[in-house]
Design a protein around this ligand. Structure first.
Ligand code: DHB
Length: 310
């Protein structure tokens, strides 16, 4: 059986959506939650008030299947909408409530409301949105990240984790892990999209998305190696009581298996969910089970973090 536990909450499946994909409206959230093959759902990162997001086209799938690029710009229904949604759910799946304030104060305000609410799931603090013009990816600024987490944990007691951008340097893995290990985080989720890539249309020599002159977050198979490196490097450095969510480049059961080998407890699907729809969860779980059976494993505990080096 494919289960996981974060902060004492049980997940009966290990797959879920990646924040931003199929999770903006209650109808979309319902579809992910209703799948027999998801362990949970994560809500679209919310801001205190509704945002329409950037101009369209703002999402594009490469025709060669290598990945996606997006600059959505944090379109969301606003914090109250998601609070209303999560507190109405009867599900036994522990829901992730994602928040992505555009300022430290916005994040603290939303977290104060979550702390005071009846919400009994997990909170994902998104420190890695690359798509709001003029706003940097917070977790590339280690000092600010330390400052935000210090203020958050001065009052916050519910299970909280952070969504990180990809890092590309061993010293940066050391530095971010040293900061994260100072806090009682329930989990760390790696990675968000690789920020500010550029895709060009061959027929017209133009960019494929309109916001920011075509720059946007890259996802899908293009980011898998970076995602696995981040899950592995963080798992090797974080306190064992901080669980890992692996996100990035998952299109097959083999990809899910590799995230688990690197140390992931749960695995999220972004681009491929956008492309394939909720049926992706059944396919991926079946492909994963086939791999585990062929290799003679009866539990994920025998696999998790067991990547071999040579
Ligand atoms: C958006 C993209 C992200 O990668 C993220 O973490 C939050 C928001 C967006 O463009 O909407």
């Amino acid at each position: 059986n494919l289960t996981a536990n974060i902060a004492g909450l049980n997940f009966n499946h290990i797959l879920l959506n990646a924040a931003g994909v199929m999770c903006q409206t209650s109808e979309e959230l319902d579809r992910v939650l209703a799948s027999e093959y998801t362990g949970s759902v994560v809500t679209k990162s919310s801001t205190p008030s509704l945002r329409p997001g950037n101009v369209s086209p703002r999402y594009y799938e490469l025709s060669n299947g290598l990945g996606t690029i997006n600059s959505m710009g944090l379109p969301n229904e606003g914090f109250d909408y998601y609070m209303d949604y999560v507190t109405k759910q009867q599900t036994d799946k522990p829901i992730f409530f994602s928040v992505a304030g555009l300022s430290k104060q916005d994040n603290l305000d939303m977290l104060h409301q979550l702390e005071q609410s009846d919400f009994d799931g997990l909170i994902e603090l998104n420190l890695s949105c690359p798509n709001v013009p003029g706003k940097p990816q917070t977790a590339y600024d280690f000092e600010t990240t330390h400052e935000i987490l210090t203020e958050v944990f001065s009052f916050f007691t519910k299970p909280l984790g952070v969504k990180l951008p990809p890092y590309f340097d061993i010293v940066h893995f050391d530095q971010i892990a040293k900061i994260l290990n100072q806090f009682p985080l329930a989990f760390v989720n790696a990675i968000n999209s690789i920020g500010n890539g550029l895709v060009i249309d061959e027929a017209t020599d133009t960019v494929v998305i309109k916001p920011k002159g075509g720059f946007g977050g890259v996802g899908g198979p293009l980011v898998k190696a970076t995602a696995l490196a981040n899950v592995r490097a963080l798992r090797q450095r974080l306190n064992p009581n901080i669980k890992m969510i692996g996100t990035g480049g998952v299109t097959t059961g083999r990809d899910v298996y590799e995230h688990i080998l690197c140390g992931a407890d749960l695995v999220e699907v972004g681009s491929q969910l956008a492309i394939e729809g909720v049926g992706v969860f059944e396919r991926l779980e079946n492909e994963l089970i086939t791999i585990l059976t062929e290799k003679g494993y009866s539990s994920l505990d025998e696999v998790r973090g067991q990547l071999k080096i040579i």
